[in-house]
Design a protein around this ligand. Structure first.
Ligand code: ATP
Ligand code: MG
Length: 160
């Protein structure tokens, strides 16, 4: 079972390789290979990544790009970011975007498929792991989702 964030990001980007090709969207992975995750439900985290990458693809026009990155933030947290060059989310919608069934511009979203549950589930899962999630977005520039996950507890060598 992968507990390495780089591996998890690779698995998710591979899963979307067809859609990425179809929309001519490039995906870039920017993470060290040695970022061991702590105790977590990897199926649930995969579900979070799956939704965030699928959103990035859905709301990024043809020819855009997506960047997946992860880094050690503080001692015990890994920060993961999914950044796209898509249409963005209006400021007035940002604060409600994690609510169940909330979607920007129903007419726009209806054709895209989905129910508007992805982000609320993602937030529940991240919070259940003790982390947090936020979205920054600029209209017609892109959207960046940032969330934290527990890092592996390094054994502290106790030399008396
Ligand atoms: P589901 O995830 O249930 O299939 P969904 O993708 O519409 O449906 P969420 O993932 O919860 O639902 O996202 C909620 C809304 O936030 C989306 O409908 C869309 O309007 C907006 N949104 C989410 N991610 C992005 C993004 N990367 N760029 C622009 N808008 C986004
Ligand atoms: Mg979604």
């Amino acid at each position: 079972e992968p507990t390495d964030i780089r591996e998890m990001l690779e698995v998710v980007s591979d899963r979307f390789s067809f859609q990425l090709l179809q929309k001519h969207i490039t995906i870039e992975l920017d993470t060290a290979s040695d970022l061991p995750l702590g105790d977590l439900d990897s199926d649930a985290i995969d579900q979070v990544l799956d939704n965030l990458v699928s959103n990035a693809i859905k709301y990024t026009p043809d020819g855009g790009s997506i960047r997946l990155s992860a880094r050690l933030k503080e001692d015990h947290w890994i920060e993961v970011q999914i950044a796209d060059t898509g249409q963005g989310i209006p400021k007035k919608d940002l604060e409600r975007i994690f609510e169940r069934f909330y979607r920007v511009d129903k007419a726009r979203s209806r054709n895209m498929g989905g129910t508007g549950l992805g982000l609320s589930i993602a937030r529940e899962i991240v919070r259940a792991h003790g982390g947090n999630i936020r979205i920054d977005s600029e209209m017609n520039k892109g959207t960046t989702v940032t969330f934290t996950l527990p890092a592996e507890e390094k054994e502290v060598s106790s030399i008396a």
